[in-house]
Design a protein around this ligand. Sequence first.
Ligand code: FAD
Length: 397
Amino acid sequence: MPGSLRIAIVGGGIGGLAAALALRKRGLDVSVFEQAEVLREIGAGVSIHPNAARLLRRVGLEDQLQKIGSPISGIALRTSQGKAIATPEGPAMPAFSGGDQGYNVHRADFLNLLFGALPKGTVTLGHRCIQLREEADRVRLSFANGASAEADVVIGADGIRSVIQRGIGLQSRPTSEGIMAYRGLIPAERLSWASDLKDPTLWLGFGRSFLLYPVARGRLINMVAFVPTDTDSEESWSAPGELKALGAEYAGWDQPVQDTISALEETYRWGIYDRAPLPYWSTKRITLMGDAAHPMVPHVGQGAGQSIEDGFTLAVLLEGCTTKEVADRLKLYETIRLERTSKVQALARAAGKLYRSEHDSAAEKAERFGEWIAQGTWVFKHDAERAAADALSESGR
Ligand SMILES: Cc1cc2nc3c(=O)[nH]c(=O)nc-3n(C[C@H](O)[C@H](O)[C@H](O)COP(=O)(O)OP(=O)(O)OC[C@H]3O[C@@H](n4cnc5c(N)ncnc54)[C@H](O)[C@@H]3O)c2cc1C
């Protein structure tokens, strides 16, 4: 693409690949450098809520999302003993759809979908970025394998331990939320009631919660079980956990909770850490996105969604942009996205507190959840492309 900006994305996770797709669709010249030798994902589910799904739909991925995803229409909330607090049909639930369809997907299926939608050669595997140098007219990247590359713009999509974040003089500090999550996937045929589980179901009780939702069109059930911890757990998605310890945490809970734990063959531990918003994301030619920019606790399922919004925002702002305009556009991106993602980070924090609160009755929880979900509508309704186009036109750039 002669004359077009050369954009390098460091990191080929959900955020990096979605950004590449959005940028390519607008005719931009983009390369992704991913450290892994083969593209692979952890066996786990991830939510693609309407705010992200509507963007993917616009780049032609609706059919494929339908093929791999389990549609979300709301969430069922239960007490630890199974008493209904809120149902997917309840009055608060239209907020969840944000006027559009969202999906729960298996991470590996979703990553393959994004990868498959990119032209061959867009993603270069086995390239771990170890250094970057910003010069007046370009950025130079160095990789652990001795290779190097240069670009007009670099986007750091390299996750919570971002090299690019450090490269621009930042370092976000994790603070434990005092909880950890056990995760697992169970083949649906092992649970007699699994075919009835259409929407995410969250059991709430005494400082802990238990979430189940179908992925892979109902073939698998994804479990995330949040429990208190006073020790620092690894901030890893794949540290092995003990099934016995998990079982002990939920002794006496509703039968489907116990059935699920008994049906698991393995579980993973995930230390839940929070981080304050960063003071800035961008320099003249480098910016951050996804977990490198705004890691968040998982209680509104927006980690992936916000990273997808970042990518589509960048695509709107960088389309037709000249080398001279790059610094201004990256600043505008930072202004729009830092404000929104900081609000989503705060909402996720508040949701975690609500889910874990120990003293509320089911009725109080229902009321507080209703209020919370009504407040959260803005998350799901948001149109990141429109917001970027409006901000660009208002800025007069
Ligand atoms: C197993 C798992 C479960 C999750 N569950 C939830 C959930 O339930 N709810 C929620 O809100 N969020 C969840 N998240 C987080 C959510 O998936 C992320 O917020 C979202 O996908 C955005 O991630 P990302 O692309 O920015 O970063 P990542 O997904 O971390 O991708 C970063 C990519 O960069 C690559 N990379 C790192 N360093 C370098 C380097 N130096 N050079 C080149 N490449 C590099 C990595 O290999 C990786 O592929 C989960 C994440 C995982 C992994």
